[in-house]
Design a binder for this molecule. Structure first.
Ligand code: GRF
Length: 211
């Protein structure tokens, strides 16, 4: 049997994407990834409780405890490394990591964003889409690079904006899509099936050599 890829999941809030990944892993003998630690940038968030309920170590690396973004990022990477993680899965993590994270985990940081990038990067993506008046928005899973919400796109799925939608109703339908495409992407990553060629991510049928 192929080895399991150990991953750290980073959260700032509810952690529903974390839960989707944990549920996918629990229900699939061939998932290929083990979440070895959940790290939050603040105490008391539901994502930490979800980790504890699943019997997974949960750590807080609090932003105010660090001198700057580099120190904060180094502490996150250290915590992930202590738990043997080979990659970081950002799941509603509301801090921007310093470039040192990419040096420490090259091509191994994933993020989910509630819009069809490159449309509506940054915070309030759902609000931005509503304000712009788009008929279709969606969810994006992408690799993290040095720029915010910018790295190569792993997968996307569209979500229609319905008459009467508000931020809450639209975000709920986007999240339902996230909960499907993020675990799929994490599984493919864990199996070494994602090959990045420039900005394009190719889903390979068989693992890339060396994985
Ligand atoms: C998701 O919609 C994700 O796209 C965005 O933050 C939200 C996190 O939700 N980055 P949750 O914490 O996974 O429930």
């Amino acid at each position: 049997m192929a080895g399991v890829t150990r991953l750290a999941v980073l959260v700032s809030g509810s952690g529903s994407n974390l839960q989707a990944i944990l549920d996918a892993a629990a229900g699939d003998n061939d998932f290929g990834a083990e979440i070895t630690v959940v790290i939050a940038d603040r105490p008391g968030v539901r994502g930490l409780r979800r980790a504890q309920a699943a019997g997974i170590p949960a750590e807080v690396v609090a932003w105010p405890d660090h001198a700057d973004r580099d120190a904060f990022t180094a502490a996150i990477c250290d915590a992930a490394a202590r738990h043997g993680a080979a990659g970081l899965v950002l799941a509603g993590f509301m801090r921007v990591l310093a470039p040192v994270a990419i040096t420490r985990f090259p091509d191994a940081i994933l993020n989910v964003h509630p819009a069809l990038l490159p449309a509506f990067p940054g915070a309030d993506a759902v609000r931005q889409a509503l304000d712009y008046g788009v008929a279709v928005t969606g969810a994006t899973v992408h690799f993290v690079d040095e720029q915010v919400d910018h790295g190569p796109i792993i997968s996307q799925s569209a979500v229609p904006v319905l008459p009467g939608d508000d931020e809450r109703s639209l975000h709920a339908r986007i999240q339902a899509v996230e909960h499907r495409i993020y675990p799929e992407a994490v599984k493919a990553f864990a199996h070494g099936r994602l090959r990045t060629v420039g900005r394009r991510v190719v889903w390979q049928q068989v693992p890339i050599e060396g994985n």
